[in-house]
Design a protein around this ligand. Structure first.
Ligand code: ADP
Length: 205
């Protein structure tokens, strides 16, 4: 291959992080459609923004209307969807940005792919609500459509959702409010996004 990736000439991640006064992280929210991923990402982002943090949201639904418009919901396409989202997240996190990803990510294999690409930068959050609760909310009208057989490979119906077993955080949106979920999430990543305090040269006695 005549492709030579070059990184050494670019400004480093540390340069970006010290400019922003924060450390980058990818907060990957997975869960059923309608479980609350976008709502929580949005609420958490607004709080962090007010605190002076630089954030962004990569929303799976939005990406499917642009970058991932050529992908469907077969196993192969879901894998490619997650590969692309992981790679974009990798670019954002390398700029020191607190990056929220909101994507169903229904199977262990897909989450493993994200973990493989992002390593320690990944903070996986399982946003849990039962199929029945999501069906009742039916924010996007998709559950009604799926019930009429109009959505092939619908997650939780004819395409399975494997609950994650090793998430860094678990939020149950049937028992906690949006605000509670957003605050728990921020508390859980606080240490990871705060820069190590510069050494004062003073030793504690
Ligand atoms: P997703 O992004 O997972 O597809 P959305 O965030 O678009 O889901 O929709 C979730 C719906 O559930 C919204 O209508 C939201 O108001 C509602 N909801 C109720 N309780 C919660 C909660 N604790 N966290 C997030 N969303 C909640």
């Amino acid at each position: 291959m005549n492709i030579y990736p070059e990184f050494h000439r670019f400004l480093q991640r540390e340069d970006k992080e010290s400019l922003l006064g924060q450390r980058g992280i990818v907060v990957w929210l997975c869960g059923l459609s309608g479980s609350g991923k976008s709502t929580i990402a949005n609420a958490a982002e607004r709080i962090l923004h007010q605190q002076g943090r630089f954030t962004t949201i990569l929303d799976g639904d939005n990406l499917r209307s642009g970058l991932n418009a050529n992908l469907g919901f077969t196993d192969e396409d879901r894998l490619e969807n997650i590969r692309r989202i992981s790679e974009i997240s990798k670019i954002f996190v390398s700029q020191g940005i607190i990056t929220f990803v909101s994507a169903i990510t229904p199977r262990g294999e897909l989450r493993a792919l994200a973990r493989e690409r992002l390593g320690n930068d990944l903070f996986e959050v399982y946003i849990k609500a039962s199929f029945e609760a999501c069906e009742q909310r039916d924010v996007k009208g998709l559950y009604a459509k799926a019930a009429r057989g109009e959505v092939p490979n619908f997650t939780g119906k004819d395409h399975s959702f494997e609950p994650p077993s090793q998430s860094d955080l678990f939020l149950d949106t049937e028992t906690s409010s949006v605000e509670e979920c957003a605050l728990s999430l921020i508390a859980a990543i606080e240490r990871r996004i705060t820069p190590a305090s510069p050494s004062t040269g003073l030793q504690a006695h």
